[in-house]
Unconditional design. Structure first.
Length: 261
C-alpha cells in the first residue's frame, strides 16, 4: 500500500492533555477548551495567513497524535448500543488518524491563531487550515443515518449553587478540565454505566473524574442532568498516607478545608 508523508505546519496549544477530557465535538459552552495554533517559523506562513482574518470560522485538519491503532467497527460514545463501521462515525481510531473540526477564529497575531472552544488536545499536530464557507459547507437538511434515532436525546447539564462554587474554586486552583469532562460525559446517555465511570451508592449517582466525584441527578422528563455536589474520592486513610500517586493531594486538602464548617 502506498505511503504518504505529511509535515505538520504547527501545533495546537491548550490545557487538555488527556483524550477523555476533550469534548466529542467543539462545544461553545466550554470556553476553557479554547486555545491557539502556533505555526512553524521560517516557512513563509505569515504570507500564507494573509486575508484569513476576514473569516469567522475555519476548518482545521489535524492528526490524532495519541492514537496508535484503528478499528473497523467502533462503539460510538452515544446514540447506539451496537458497534458501527468506523467510516460512519467520527471516531478518532481511524486507518489514517486524521481529524477535522470547524472552529471559531478569534484572532491572528503573527504565527499564533487564537481559536474558540474546540475538541483538540494540547500538542495536536496541525496539517492544514482552510476557511469555512457557509454557502458550500453547510447542509442542515441532509440525512444523518443511524444518528437520526438519537438526534433529540441531548440532555442539558446544570450546576447547583453549591456545585458551581466548588467547581469555580477548583478551576481557580488549576483544575480546568473538570467542567468539560462532566458536560462531555453527561450530555448523552447520562445513566449508561457501560460507557462512563458511574457509581450507584446509597441512592446516589456519582460520576468519576480522576480522583474527584460529581454527584448527579438525572431528570428524564425534562432531559436535564443536575450536578449537585463535587467531592474528593480519597478516604481519610488515603489522605493520611504520604503516597501521592497523582500529585494532587495538596489540592484535595485545600478543597476539604474549604468545605469544612
Amino acid at each position: 500500500m502506498e505511503s504518504l508523508n505529511f509535515t505538520p505546519i504547527g501545533y495546537f496549544r491548550n490545557s487538555m492533555d488527556n483524550p477523555n477530557e476533550a469534548p466529542r465535538q467543539p462545544n461553545p459552552d466550554l470556553s476553557e477548551t479554547a486555545g491557539y495554533i502556533e505555526l512553524a517559523k521560517d516557512l513563509h506562513f505569515e504570507d500564507a495567513l494573509r486575508d484569513l482574518d476576514g473569516f469567522t470560522k475555519i476548518w482545521v485538519i489535524f492528526q490524532f497524535h495519541k492514537n496508535d491503532h484503528w478499528n473497523p467497527l467502533v462503539q460510538p460514545p452515544r446514540g447506539s448500543d451496537k458497534k458501527r463501521g468506523v467510516f460512519a462515525t467520527r471516531s478518532p481510531h481511524r486507518p489514517n488518524p486524521i481529524g477535522m473540526s470547524v472552529l471559531d477564529l478569534i484572532s491572528i497575531e503573527g504565527l499564533k491563531i487564537k481559536l474558540g472552544p474546540n475538541d483538540l488536545l494540547n500538542g495536536t499536530p496541525i496539517l492544514d487550515i482552510k476557511p469555512y464557507l457557509p454557502y458550500v459547507d453547510s447542509h442542515p437538511g441532509e440525512k444523518i443515518g443511524w444518528l437520526e434515532e438519537s438526534a433529540g436525546e441531548k440532555y442539558a447539564v446544570s450546576w447547583s449553587s453549591q456545585a458551581r462554587a466548588q467547581l469555580e474554586f477548583l478551576e481557580s486552583q488549576g483544575l480546568t478540565q473538570l467542567r468539560g469532562f462532566v458536560v462531555n460525559q453527561l450530555e448523552f446517555d447520562p445513566s449508561d454505566a457501560k460507557k462512563k465511570r458511574l457509581y450507584f451508592i446509597e441512592g446516589k449517582i456519582l460520576l468519576a473524574y480522576r480522583t474527584w466525584r460529581a454527584e448527579i441527578q438525572i431528570l428524564e422528563d425534562t432531559k436535564l442532568v443536575q450536578i449537585l455536589n463535587i467531592s474528593s474520592a480519597y478516604t481519610a486513610e488515603e489522605m493520611g498516607s504520604s503516597e501521592d500517586r497523582y500529585h494532587d493531594k495538596g489540592l484535595h486538602r485545600l478543597f476539604k478545608a474549604r468545605q469544612s464548617p
